[in-house]
Design a protein around this ligand. Structure first.
Ligand SMILES: CC(C)(COP(=O)(O)OP(=O)(O)OC[C@H]1O[C@@H](n2cnc3c(N)ncnc32)[C@H](O)[C@@H]1OP(=O)(O)O)[C@@H](O)C(=O)NCCC(=O)NCCS
Length: 431
């Protein structure tokens, strides 16, 4: 006699019935808050949360343990959560790449390390691949979790503190103009500017409904969804008067040791917009420090008369990518050099393992599975292929780190030329 598995998985979209979320939708969202040790929402917040998930097109995966009985909180409620929604990723090519965005991954402490995440994510990645999605993407709470599932880090992000005691003078000329606006104005500007910056930025991920509400100040955090009390906003206008960036920021309060402005959202279509928006904050009287986040090669730091006023306070991995379709991914980036290479790809989940041949002629890539008799030029794990393809690290760097085997003398040179990028990948979105 076989025993029935008490672990049951349900997949469903966020449900709003007669204006209110269904109880399983609310239970799912409360379980996420518990998974991240956060306060659960009240009824009003849960309704907004359900609407955000509907707007983003999320699909929930809820895991139940039917053996659990009252008084356990988990009786009839999820012991694990997982959500995914459609987005796009900028890999540097002409078109944005459809991406399977994964979020809300939690397993209750009562059920941890029993293989629940492994089983849910393996099934989900297989389904995403079967549905023709070329990549899955996520941001990770810990850097040690997702590599085993084939995700590689593809962008990094820096936090900075800019000392403004002496101002934040920049060496180059000021080319535009900054105007203060009510954050509510960004309901109009933020979607347009986020989308335009996304289309121009290697490594960028499309914005979500939360990002817009966070820009206008109606939602402080995803977990609290309460208004930001003292939000300010500004737009940047280029020399022709066209809006090409926005910034939101908050004051630290007078009780803080250092009176500071902290940047919330910042979207800029070019370096001048980024520099001049932050420069505007730095020019505020009574303010001694600006804090924010940005690319690891922030143009602001290079622009400063005193670059030491800009201190990097933290650098870390940010976006992680899992390749599900090698030809689609290699075809979605741009190439400035021609060349030909065959890559042996290891993949513990067997989604894209094998030998792939990339040939670039006149900057046009062609990718196919290599014929059986083809010799392999270099071998690497699928997670490191993600890092290489995005351009976060070069092939030589990966080889030096012991993560890529070059099987002959020219392989590294060819790979470095083929995968060179003109920009450092950067993803602003949090999800
Ligand atoms: C991270 C989390 C979802 C893992 O769930 P889980 O069901 O315990 O994971 P599994 O039992 O399926 O583990 C799968 C593998 O990942 C490893 N693993 C899981 N969590 C890990 C962690 N935090 N650090 C390092 N390894 C981890 C396991 O050791 C296991 O390894 P193996 O299969 O190679 O032997 C869970 O610990 C959790 O909810 N943490 C708090 C919330 C969080 O950080 N979520 C991630 C958001 S990005």
């Amino acid at each position: 006699m076989s025993e029935k598995n008490p672990i049951r998985i349900e997949r469903f979209g966020p449900e709003i019935i007669e204006g209110a979320p269904s109880s399983r939708t609310n239970d799912f969202n409360i379980a996420i808050s518990r998974g991240f040790h956060e306060r659960a929402q009240e009824a009003e917040g849960l309704a907004v949360l359900a609407q955000i998930h509907v707007a983003d097109g999320s699909e929930f995966t809820a895991v139940y343990d039917d053996d659990v009985v009252v008084p356990s909180w988990h009786a009839g409620k999820p012991v694990a959560t997982y959500a995914a929604y459609p987005g796009t990723l900028n890999l540097g090519g002409k078109e944005l790449l459809p991406a399977h965005q994964i979020t809300a991954v939690t397993v209750s402490p009562t059920h941890r390390r029993r293989g629940i995440l492994r089983s849910v994510i393996t099934e989900d990645l297989q389904a995403a691949q079967a549905n023709g999605l070329p990549v899955a993407i996520l941001t990770a709470s810990e850097a040690t979790i997702y590599g085993r599932f084939g995700f590689g880090a593809v962008t990094e992000r820096a936090s900075f503190a800019l000392t403004t005691a002496r101002g934040a003078n920049q060496r180059g000329p000021v080319t535009g103009n900054v105007i203060a606006v009510d954050p509510a104005e960004l309901e109009i500007w933020a979607p347009e500017l986020f989308a335009a910056a996304h289309a121009k930025t290697l490594g960028s991920v499309s914005h979500s409904r939360f990002d817009i509400g966070n820009s206008t100040g109606i939602w402080e955090e995803f977990d609290s969804l309460t208004p930001i009390k003292n939000l300010r906003a500004a737009l940047h206008l280029d020399a022709r008067g066209e809006v090409d960036g926005f910034i939101t920021y908050e004051f630290s309060g007078w009780k803080a040791k250092t009176p500071a402005l902290s940047i919330g959202q910042l979207s800029a279509l070019n370096g001048a917009a980024r520099r001049e928006l932050i420069g505007y904050l730095a020019a505020h009287d009574l303010i001694e420090e600006i804090t924010g986040r940005g690319p690891v090669d922030d143009v602001l730091r290079s622009a400063l008369v005193n670059p030491r006023d800009y201190k990097v306070t933290r650098v870390g991995d940010h976006l992680w990518m899992r390749i599900l379709d090698v030809p689609a991914v290699l075809g979605a980036r741009s190439y400035t050099n021609d060349g030909k290479i065959s890559l042996g790809v290891r993949d513990d989940l067997s989604l894209v393992n094998g030998v792939w041949e990339l040939s670039v002629e006149n900057s046009v890539p062609q990718v196919r599975r290599a014929p059986a008799d083809k010799s392999v030029d270099a071998t690497l794990d699928v997670r490191d292929l993600a890092t290489l393809v995005m351009g976060m690290r070069t092939a030589t760097h990966l080889e030096q780190a012991g993560l890529l085997n070059a099987h002959h003398g020219q392989a590294l040179e060819i790979l470095d030329l083929l995968f060179s990028t003109t920009a450092t990948p950067y993803c602003q979105a949090d999800f």
